[in-house]
Ligand binder design. Structure first.
Ligand code: 3H9
Length: 712
């Protein structure tokens, strides 16, 4: 969003006695420099114009203001731009002698809602949404939102919106007092007509939101709502700055005057803005959008229309993939090898949908509609009509090649043939067909209907149309699609190998199983690496290790204990035991049998046992990710470091506020990371050979973000 002249960013017109201020800052009318100034100028002009009775503030294009210009925050924290408070501007709007009506379509988010709340009235079309999502960027509202929203909607509602960060509908906004009216119609023109009519009808004195109540201490239930919000945060057990700051700022409305409350908000906003958490979350926000941009594949590449899909395999993955298509309204054929497996797969899908109905996510009619989009089959009949076929059979090269050879005979020439392999070579799979340009990897993460990540694996022949359509489809399926290269384990699992290897080595060297998991949980991972292994099934990795046994380097240390667990049938949660043992409620407990196995391995292999602290546990596991990530980058299997981050945030439970492993390494400083990797190399040898790119960037005093910039 480039800085432009006030005239271009904000314009003014008159409709009878109503002045209309329009913001023209596509795509989302963010409050970039020039926008607040433009609005202020026209509000002041209107105040002096005797022919104007009231003002409408509206967004041009598809939305009202979607918030502050997030790109500006980085400039502020790096000292490139001064942070100017928006409060004097908003006070002028609120003090306007002519009533201002904010006319909302699309989204009034963050600073956008704060602008709207400073107007005397707010109207919206029914499809509009309003929200204070700042917390998702590690921030709190910074232009009076924490002080005005509770005065309009009450403390409890303001807590919901500012601490949770989710938007609310126009209907909800009307019911809770955030807006004053819903205008008929669906378009921006309908909104403008309705808002002008609303403005023309205004008479009498108008209250300012900030005057609605001096203090809110008298409001029923506010104290209880505040302590409930604090309790709920405590239960989450994570130390996130922004949600706690949002509660503190809202609490100020119950103890202080509006102006004093604004000061509290400003201090807390500043603290959040300069936090690493906010920087990590903002990196994640832009990263999610950056991954959709593929060098060499522009908007001119034609997309293959996806109207019908087919899935081979009705197991856990196949069923989840079919649900994704159906949820996006795409009819799907689902094929199995026996009626029994087909029935089982369908029953699981039905159960998942029934759970959603039970939880009130959608109605029974909606579930029936979705189920009707699924056609179970034991044959390839109808596959010739599918625009995409997703293969989700057992992970084995011979079987996959057989399936692709069959598909080659049946599928239409333009169909995308997508394999859900998590490790196998896409080019080899494609070689079973006469059309490798149509073949691509669509690697979903379990449960496939829930996890947001979709690794899109580009084979050497995958066509630009197939890649562009896959990226576009990922959005339609509400996934974050990240394009990766065809190496063993692709990006996510290739890095996960060294991460889990270190966790196992640490146990063999003396760390307790639960100490390893606790250290990484405390770091912010959704779950520790050993517990994650138990959840995913230890046999999966064991099978892969056996398949690749021939690639092991003689004399190089191998994580032995997990193989022993598997040999004993301890595959994790599904067998009631793995690194932990599990009770009937799937609660995990430490198991002395595991300690015995680990000690046996350490003794046999001559591994010295020693106390290991949480810092070493975290550094060993996280830097193993970073070192492998650096290799992947250099070898070109990920387009950018941020792509790796987005994979880890959406598929591996990496904490969003740390921005992803590569961003985290940047925050530590690559020089420091490189030195630590060097220490581990000295102590543990082979596995810790520093990645050349890590070494190079560390020596040049650069970051992974610098590497990405060099590739823009
Ligand atoms: C705030 O307001 C703090 C205040 O309290 C205090 C100070 C006043 N800034 O998501 P899309 C870009 S904090 C800059 O693909 P959609 C985005 O990067 C802010 N850029 O579209 C993308 O660029 P590109 C509170 C922004 O239709 C393009 O716009 N507000 C901003 O799927 C299209 O975005 C928020 O947190 C922005 N604020 O979704 C809202 N927003 O094309 C954040 C978007 O180059 N934004 N861009 O990749 C959103 O949630 C979604 O973008 C939105 C549209 C729902 C608005």
């Amino acid at each position: 969003m480039a800085e432009a002249g006030t005239q271009e960013l904000v314009s003014f017109a008159k409709q009878g006695s109503v002045g209309v201020i329009t913001i023209n800052n596509p795509p989302v009318n963010a409050l970039s420099p020039g926008v607040p100034e433009g609005i202020l100028k026209f509000v002041k002009d209107a105040a002096l114009d005797a022919s104007i009775k009231a003002v409408v503030l509206i967004g041009g294009g598809r939305t009202f203001i979607a918030g502050a210009d997030i790109r500006e925050f980085g400039k502020m924290t790096s000292g490139k731009r001064e942070r100017l408070s928006m409060n004097p501007t908003l006070a002028t709007l609120e003090d306007s002698p002519k009533p201002i009506v904010a006319a909302i379509h699309g989204t009034a988010f963050g600073g956008g809602l704060e602008f709207a709340m400073s107007c005397q009235y707010r109207v919206a079309i029914a499809s509009a949404q309003v929200g204070q999502p700042e917390v998702k960027l590690g921030l709190i509202p910074g232009a009076g939102g924490t002080q005005r929203l509770p005065r309009l909607a009450g403390v409890a509602k303001a807590l919901d919106m500012c601490v949770g960060g989710d938007p609310i509908s126009a209907k909800d906004a009307l019911a809770s007092g955030v807006i004053d009216s819903i205008v008929d119609g669906t378009s921006g023109d309908d909104l403008l007509a309705g808002a002008v009519k609303f403005a023309e009808a205004l008479t009498g004195p108008h209250t300012r939101t900030r005057d609605k109540s001096a203090k809110l201490s008298d409001q029923a239930g506010s104290a209880a709502a505040i302590s409930a919000a604090r309790e709920a945060l405590k239960k989450k057990g994570r130390v996130l700055i922004a949600p706690a700051a949002a509660i503190d700022a809202i609490e100020a409305t119950t103890r202080k005057s509006f102006d004093e409350g604004l000061k509290v908000e400003a201090e807390l906003f500043q603290k959040c803005l300069f936090s690493d958490q906010s920087k990590g979350l903002i990196h994640a926000f832009f990263g999610e959008r950056a991954v959709s941009k593929i060098p060499g594949i522009g908007k001119d590449v034609p997309l293959i229309p996806i109207k019908r899909a087919a899935v081979i395999g009705a197991g856990t993955m196949g069923g989840g993939i079919a649900m994704n298509y159906v949820n996006a309204g795409i009819p799907v054929l689902i094929k199995e090898t026996s009626q029994e497996l087909l029935d089982k797969g369908l029953a699981t899908i039905k159960k998942n949908y029934a759970n959603s109905v039970k939880k009130g996510r959608f109605s029974q009619e909606e579930m029936d509609r979705r189920m009707a989009l699924i056609t179970p089959t034991l044959t390839y009949d109808g596959f010739e009509q599918a625009d995409i076929v997703a293969e989700a059979v057992f992970e084995g090269m011979e079987l996959k090649k057989k399936v692709f050879a069959e598909l080659d005979k049946i599928a239409k020439p333009t169909a995308i043939l997508a394999s859900n392999t998590s490790t196998l070579n896409i080019d080899e799979i494609a070689s079973a067909t006469s059309r490798p340009q149509q073949v691509i990897g669509h690697h979903y993460f379990s449960p496939a209907n829930v996890m947001r990540l979709l690794e899109i694996v580009r084979g050497k022949a995958s066509s630009p149309e197939v890649i562009a359509t896959s990226m576009d489809l990922s959005r339609k399926l509400k996934k974050v699609g990240v394009l990766v290269g065809n190496c063993r384990g692709f990006v996510g699992n290739r890095m996960f190998g060294p991460y889990r290897r270190e966790a196992q080595f640490l146990v063999e060297e003396g760390a307790a199983v639960d100490a390893v998991d606790a250290a990484l949980y405390e770091y912010g991972m959704a779950m520790g690496p050993l517990a994650t292994g138990d959840l995913a099934g230890l046999d999966v990795g064991w099978r892969i290790r056996k398949e690749y046994k021939h690639t092991e380097v003689a004399g190089v240390r191998y994580p032995e204990a997990e193989d022993r667990l598997c040999e004993l049938g301890r595959y994790g949660q599904k067998t009631g035991a793995g690194w932990y043992k599990y009770d009937e409620n799937r609660q995990r407990h430490l198991d002395p049998e595991v300690d015995r196995i680990v000690l046996e391995v350490a003794k046999e292999r001559g591994i010295p046992r020693r106390p290991i602290d949480a810092r070493e546990i975290v550094d060993r596991c996280i830097y193993a990710l970073v070192n492998e990530g650096a290799r992947i980058l250099e070898e070109g299997f990920a387009l950018r470091a941020v792509d790796i981050d987005i994979i880890y945030l959406n598929g591996y439970g990496f904490p969003a506020w740390r921005g992803g492993p590569m961003w985290y390494a940047d925050t530590v400083g690559l020089k420091n990371v490189y030195e630590r990797v060097g220490e581990f190399h000295q102590a543990h040898g082979y596995h810790w050979e520093p990645a050349p790119l890590l070494q190079q960037l560390a020596k040049e005093g650069k970051s992974f973000a610098d590497w990405d910039k060099g590739r823009e």
